[in-house]
Design a protein around this ligand. Structure first.
Ligand SMILES: Nc1ncnc2c1ncn2[C@@H]1O[C@H](COP(=O)(O)OP(=O)(O)O)[C@@H](O)[C@H]1O
Ligand SMILES: [Mg+2]
Length: 246
């Protein structure tokens, strides 16, 4: 039996006259990787922002590890074990990669480590995600977009999440980097962190997801195993179209 760690029920976000997210039900099980796909403007980022507490739903409920976390602030939710990366890889420009990850280790954990411990953890995690060792003390401002993505991922991992929310982490990576990212995500999952990932690169989503949920205009239009979803006629019509799936 799958143990659920995340249960989103009837979640809605009304922004002015727009239903950015409309009555979404979604679950993530322990040790599961769930892919979230859909056209631009479908509501994917808004949904991840609701789960992580960056924004609050206008209706519905978010339960994490059996606890109602709807409407809690982002820092509280992070300490409970949900970490997120952002679609745009922005970071503190004047901090080094290591310092940026230390921020996650120090402020994102329920148990606050000391400076030395945080520093050691940061170097280990940056190494784990594959940032070249000579870049650990480089200012974020001097890192390229791909390196910034690794720093963001490392910062999220430094908070010791049970659930990792990844918003287009692999967008902009070349095929070799994407395939390394797929292996890394599987490794992270195998070590006990569930993942909910938004991604447009279908080879990544197909390669990494145990299950895929498809959104369109704020609503869930399909859900299932990767091969079921890519063969779903409504998904083909509204999203995949003439996309090169494989
Ligand atoms: N803060 C906001 N103010 C106004 N409209 C927003 C805001 N955030 C999201 N939206 C709108 O909500 C819809 C869903 O956006 P988003 O969640 O970013 O979609 P996706 O990530 O799937 O591309 C879009 O129509 C977007 O323009
Ligand atoms: Mg988005």
């Amino acid at each position: 039996m799958v143990i659920l760690i995340l249960h989103v029920k009837g979640v809605t976000k009304q922004i002015g006259g727009l239903l950015a997210v409309n009555g979404i039900d979604l679950t993530v099980g322990k040790d599961e990787i769930v892919g979230l796909v859909g056209p631009n403007g479908a509501g994917k980022t808004t949904l991840l922002n609701i789960i992580s507490g960056i924004t609050h739903p206008t209706a519905g409920k978010v339960t994490f590890c059996g606890e109602d976390i709807t409407g809690l602030k982002a820092d509280r939710i992070c300490k409970k074990g949900i970490a997120k990366t952002f679609q745009i890889a922005e970071s503190f420009p004047n901090l080094s990669a290591k310092e940026c990850v230390m921020v996650g280790a120090i402020f994102g954990n329920s148990h606050m480590p000391g400076m030395k411990e945080a520093q050691q953890q940061a170097v280990e995690i940056l190494n784990y995600v594959g940032l070249p060792p000579e870049k650990v003390d480089t200012s974020n401002r001097n890192l390229n977009v791909v390196e910034l993505k690794w720093v963001q991922l490392a910062r999220a991992l430094a908070t010791n999440p049970k659930l990792l929310l990844l918003d287009e982490l692999t967008t902009g990576l070349n095929p070799k980097e994407s395939s390394e990212a797929v292996n890394l995500m599987k490794k992270i999952r195998d070590e006990g962190t569930s993942i909910l990932i938004i991604e447009h690169v279908m080879s990544v989503i197909m390669g990494v997801s145990d299950r895929i949920v498809v959104l369109d205009h704020g609503e869930k239009i399909a859900e299932g195993r990767p091969y079921e979803v890519v063969n779903n006629q409504q998904v083909i019509d509204t999203y995949l179209g003439d996309m090169d799936v494989f």
